[in-house]
Design a protein around this ligand. Structure first.
Ligand code: DP6
Length: 344
């Protein structure tokens, strides 16, 4: 027998960052974070539990994947199997409609879509909070992609804080390299916790910045929200830098200078960076075209991807209404589940 489900999730960018995990395991962030879920960019994932499969299998962006990515998917699928009392192995087919080296974490949208599709395919009746908890265990930032708009992750719990229209924000992703990142966020934060003389300062500062940013967002204050986001990113990178974990490049700093020049000209524009050299400019929507033009001409910026706040992860129709399990499985086998354009 086959059981299949398709889900879609968007990436998210943290405004107040988390960096570092709590001791004791379970992949729980050491500090709270708040992100914006991005519309227009998505991961679509199909999970098919199939009694005929000997092992779990993963197809990522059209190519079979093994090693670490398969092991992390299998870990999540194992949790779902245990909860649902299922033995069947699964085929996971996952596709991003944005390039992997785009400066957007595909693990956030990837594990959010995988968790939603696996839970649905297994027939578990989980509320979104519980699916978010499942996604968080695989990649903490993935918990935030379950929800749309502005989303908080505090300890083990992810929850929506404000709708997409809360502030007139655009996010301009300045892509600075096509290369994959040298140090994963997981390794980078472990090294920071172990070796940075400023990690203690980060643990003290981050919750305060988070609380101030949350309050500014709820007050609808775009400028204060973005200014605090920049401070959060700089504090995170400063603590990592002191442990030798350097994600910024010359191009990142040139883009940061361009954002500051825009600010001197009266544009509400601030910067944030994650575990890679790509800068994300947080800008008032009315100035997004001007900022895009300026950042596109900055040396080292290869291209700029524009995004606004969007919706949360969701299940997509995987088969014609009324189709039986077997018919649904034939749709998967015959066309490849992603051959059809998913409804947006
Ligand atoms: C800098 O959630 O990717 O983007 O749980 O180890 O997979 P793992 O880490 P991940 O770390 C994200 C770090 C960050 C900040 C943030 O998103 O809050």
């Amino acid at each position: 027998m086959k059981r299949t489900a398709v889900a879609l999730a968007h990436p998210n960018i943290a405004l107040s960052k988390y960096w570092g995990k709590r001791a004791g395991g379970g992949n729980v962030p050491a500090v709270p974070s708040l992100s914006v879920t991005l519309a227009g960019l998505a991961t679509t994932t199909t999970v098919t539990f199939d009694d005929a499969l000997a092992e779990d299998a993963l197809v990522l962006n059209g190519a079979p994947a093994g090693g670490g990515p398969l092991a992390r998917a299998t870990e999540l699928l194992g949790r779902v199997r245990e909860a649902a009392g299922l033995r069947a192995r699964a085929l996971v087919v996952s596709t991003n409609d944005f390039p992997t080296a785009s400066g957007l974490a595909s693990s956030a949208s990837g594990f959010a879509a995988l968790a939603v599709a696996a839970v649905r395919a297994a027939g578990l009746d989980y509320p979104a909070e519980r699916v978010a908890d499942l996604a968080r265990r695989s990649s903490a930032s993935a918990a935030r992609s379950l929800f749309g708009g502005f989303v908080e992750l505090d300890g083990e719990v992810a929850r929506p804080v404000a709708p997409p229209g809360q502030i007139p924000l655009e996010v301009l992703v300045c892509v600075t390299t096509e290369a994959p990142k040298a140090v994963s966020s997981r390794d980078g934060m472990a090294l920071t916790a172990a070796e940075s003389p400023y990690y203690a300062g980060w643990l003290e500062t981050a919750p305060r910045l988070h609380a101030e940013l949350r309050a500014a967002l709820l007050a609808g204050d775009l400028e204060t929200t973005c200014a605090l986001a920049e401070r959060s990113a700089l504090a995170m990178h400063a603590s990592a830098f002191a442990a030798g974990v350097v994600y910024v490049s010359g191009a990142t700093l040139d883009a940061l200078a361009a954002v500051r020049a825009l600010r001197r000209e009266g544009v509400i524009a601030y910067a944030t960076m994650d575990a890679g050299p790509h800068l994300k400019c947080l800008v008032h929507a009315r100035d997004a075209a001007r900022a895009t033009e300026r950042l596109s001409r900055t040396p080292g910026v290869l291209r700029v991807i524009r995004a606004v706040a969007g919706g949360g992860a969701r299940v997509l129709p995987s088969s014609p209404p009324g189709a039986s399990d077997d018919e649904a499985a034939r749709v998967v086998d015959a066309a490849g589940p992603l051959a059809e354009e998913p409804p947006r």
